[in-house]
Design a protein around this ligand. Structure first.
Ligand SMILES: Nc1nc2c(ncn2[C@@H]2O[C@H](COP(=O)(O)OP(=O)(O)OP(=O)(O)O)[C@@H](O)[C@H]2O)c(=O)[nH]1
Ligand SMILES: [Mg+2]
Length: 265
């Protein structure tokens, strides 16, 4: 999508005023992982709060500049998943999918990695442009939890930064990695969850049909997974946010439903 079109989309559909040269960062994560603390530490007083258009869910936007590059940071509601079961999850998913952020920064709690990585894996299915922030490192250290950040980054295929946002630790490196991914100096190659053979087969068949329809706007594999899961809200959202050419292939119905199950926390 060209920059002018994205600026227009952000303004009209999400109430976000980003300038053409700004890199847009979506801040996602489980509740209480320190997203707002990271947001505040990075943006300081350069913040603006309101509601998401048509929703009673709070929306905070803020700006910062790193090495001459301006960033607009959007603090998303805390969620455990991106399946649209609640308004918070819908808001987070819609922005990550359709707001076309340059990077989605997933903030996880270093003391509860297993539960938190579930959301990170879901984001990595939607977009390659992901940076992981392992926050609350001071708490993890206090509890004797050790995390091999370099190994985690290698296994996940995305940049991973350790932070203790309340103490403002690790934020410089976080800004560096955001700049790297936003500007293309680092091209993440996220680890993909593999499902059963039956589901993988169905995904491949749907991907073939979806790829030309989606024209790179969304990952065909992820849309295929959502369709197989019977997620009607995604088709509505595709029409709402990509209104120029709604999906019209009648064979993309629900008859092929087999439910892939998300890894449970
Ligand atoms: N010890 C420690 N506490 C932190 C750190 N980061 C955030 N906190 C604290 O964790 C609590 C939750 O932080 P928030 O920034 O509100 O978390 P959040 O993810 O925005 O929470 P929701 O918006 O409710 O989902 C607050 O009391 C913060 O001060 C950290 O790195 N170390
Ligand atoms: Mg918050």
């Amino acid at each position: 999508m060209c920059i002018e079109k994205r600026t227009e989309l952000l303004h009209h559909k999400f109430g976000i005023a980003a300038s053409a040269e700004q890199k847009v960062i979506a801040l996602a994560g489980n509740p209480n992982t320190g997203k707002s603390t990271v947001f505040n530490a990075l943006t300081g007083l350069n913040q603006h709060t309101g509601n998401w258009p048509g929703k009673t869910v709070g929306n905070a936007q803020g700006t910062f500049t790193h090495k001459g590059q301006s960033f607009l940071l959007v603090d998303l509601p805390g969620t455990y998943s991106l399946l649209p079961n609640s308004v918070d999850e819908q808001v987070a998913r819609d922005f990550i999918c359709f707001g076309q952020p340059d990077v989605t920064l997933v903030v996880v709690d270093a003391t509860a990695m297993e539960r938190n990585l579930n959301l990170a894996l879901q984001v990595m299915e939607i977009t390659d442009q992901v940076v992981l922030c392992v926050n609350l490192m001071d708490e993890a250290e206090r509890k004797g939890i050790e995390i091999n950040i370099a190994d985690l980054s290698k296994k996940l295929g995305i940049p991973v930064v350790a932070t203790a946002a309340r103490q403002k630790r690790g934020l410089e490196e976080l800004q560096e990695r955001l700049l790297d991914v936003a500007c293309g100096n680092i091209v993440p190659d996220p680890f993909m969850l593999r499902y059963s053979q039956e589901i993988e087969q169905a995904i491949s068949e749907l991907e073939l049909k979806l790829t030309p329809l989606l024209k790179g706007a969304l990952k065909a594999r992820w849309v295929a997974l959502r369709l197989l899961d019977g997620d009607d809200t995604l088709l509505q959202d595709i029409e709402r946010y990509m209104t120029e050419e709604p999906l019209q292939d009648p064979s993309l119905g629900r008859e092929q439903e087999v439910s892939p199950s998300w890894p449970q926390a």
